[in-house]
Design a protein. Structure first.
Length: 87
């Protein structure tokens, strides 16, 4: 595993971990904004509570799938350390 593969693998693992959370927060935020516009409700905590609940549900249900990529990257990195150190 070269240094560039380590860097690319880290970015991919980060995207697999953070991507679903950020996407769900985006969708929930748009839905909350649409709901607030329709009802003319100006409560700022509504969007925050909906996002927090959505992220909690997402990490509970999809957490093991999201962590699988990070686990695979960490395993590959740990196995590659001796080769990287000894050249």
């Amino acid at each position: 595993m070269t240094e560039s593969e380590v860097s690319v693998g880290a970015w991919v693992a980060f995207a697999e971990l953070a991507g679903p959370v950020l996407a769900s927060m985006l969708v929930i935020g748009l839905f909350a904004g649409f709901l607030q516009t329709i009802t003319q409700l100006r409560e700022s905590s509504l969007a925050s509570v909906l996002k927090l609940a959505g992220v909690a549900v997402l990490t509970t249900t999809a957490g093991p799938f999201m962590m699988r990529g990070v686990e695979q990257y960490a395993t590959n990195l740990i196995n590659a350390i001796p080769g990287m150190v000894h050249g």
